[in-house]
Design a protein around this ligand. Structure first.
Ligand code: SAH
Length: 376
């Protein structure tokens, strides 16, 4: 990347400005859709018909949009339905119940999403950016830097495609619906706030305007961009916030999450508490366990103290994630005994804690592993 004129991300690096992805139906609000079909010379009610096909019936083949006259379909497709993402590789793990898809975008950028099926529920882990500018040293995506933000259409595409294939019973495990969506793929969702929020609204909007997936099943995970957390409070969307903390002290967090130098432990925890307090939704505190780096019992005690000092009504839940080492990493996952001691110290302090299961490890589909090694 050689631009010197692009916008600057919060880590201070220049970001190359690129052409924007083509506009898609999924980039438009319901009002803009009506406006756009009218501009195309069609009656306003066509917007609802098109949305019903796309979002309610999950029908992607215009040949089956039989309520639209044949002569109308092609102009509509040309205008509003460019192919945004092409699947270039698919990997299965956990007896086919974890599926990682690598996608190529219009400009060659490669991103990934993961479908995880559990008994009675299905979670989709999606990307919000191609690459990531946050530079966390343990994260595969962070090591490659930021390529660009995704459009709302590109974000929703990942969910729409998964929902369609699940509904049609195309994936191992039989037909299913999408229950949870987590922004834990590539990218920092808060650094692409506008597109992420537009995507969230569409994922959440009842059919036919959107996918009608309960926002309660939606989780936005962030390294702690404090102003954006505050902004999200005002959106009044019941989205779950996950804060990637990883260390309770600034000295270590400055290294593990470089954005900490702008928004430190106290600032991000205050923002997380504000979010919980305003929305009455429990915030998920994400904490990777790295052997001999952040897994000491005293750090568990300090973490418990900091969380409880801000309020004790159960506004937080700690989610421990065994480190999934990136290739060539100097760090590894904690010893079992240290992990257990960390859990015990939190539990003794009355902190609700779970250790996250690490689906899809063998296909690099686990958290922070979405590095898009597939090249176009
Ligand atoms: N940028 C956002 C969302 C993407 S990462 C964030 O940082 O929250 C989603 C989660 O995976 C984060 O909690 C992140 O810290 C974690 N993660 C990243 N790399 C990992 C690794 N190598 N092993 C385990 N978890 C990792």
């Amino acid at each position: 990347m050689t631009t010197t004129t692009g916008p600057i991300d919060l880590t201070g690096k220049f970001v190359a400005s690129r052409r924007r992805p083509p506009r898609h139906w999924m980039d438009l609000t319901p009002a803009q859709r009506v406006e756009s079909v009218t501009e195309l010379g069609l009656p306003a009610y066509r917007a609802k018909q098109i949305s019903s096909q796309w979002f309610s019936r999950l029908e992607t083949d215009p040949a089956n949009w039989t309520d639209l006259p044949v002569a109308v379909r092609q102009p509509v497709v040309d205008e509003f339905f460019p192919t945004l993402l092409v699947p270039i590789r698919e990997q299965f793990a956990d007896a086919g119940l974890t599926i990682k898809t690598a996608w190529r975008a219009f400009d060659g950028a490669v991103i990934e999403s993961v479908i995880m099926r559990y008994p009675g529920r299905t979670t989709i882990c999606i990307s919000s950016e191609a690459g990531c500018g946050m530079a966390c040293p343990f994260c595969a995506t962070g090591q490659g830097g930021l390529q660009r933000n995704l459009s709302a259409g590109e974000i929703v595409w990942q969910v729409h495609d998964a929902a369609r294939r699940l509904a049609n019973g195309e994936l191992p495990g039989g037909p299913a619906r999408v229950n949870n969506i987590v922004f834990m793929g590539m990218g920092e969702p808060m650094a692409n706030y506008r597109a992420v929020l537009a995507a969230v609204r569409q994922i959440h909007a009842p059919a036919p305007d959107g996918l009608g997936i309960s926002a309660r099943g939606l989780t936005i995970s962030t390294v702690g961009m404090v102003p954006r957390i505050k902004q999200l409070i005002d959106e009044d969307l019941p989205v779950t916030l996950a804060l990637s903390l990883h260390a309770p002290d600034d000295e270590l967090r400055d290294e593990l999450v470089p954005l900490n130098r702008h928004f430190n432990v106290a600032a991000v925890l205050d923002a997380a508490w504000d979010y919980a307090n305003a929305t009455r939704r429990r915030v998920s505190i994400e904490y990777i366990l790295i052997k001999d780096i952040n897994d000491q019992a005293w750090r568990a005690d300090l973490l418990a103290k900091l969380l409880k000092a801000r309020g004790d009504w159960g506004w937080f839940h700690v989610n421990l994630i065994p480190l999934n080492p990136t290739p060539g990493s100097k760090w590894t996952a904690s010893r079992r005994s240290d992990e257990q001691a960390f859990v015990t110290h939190l539990e003794r302090a009355g902190v609700p804690v779970t250790v996250r299961d690490t689906r899809g490890r063998e296909i690099d589909g686990a958290c922070g592993q979405l590095a898009a090694r597939t090249r176009p």
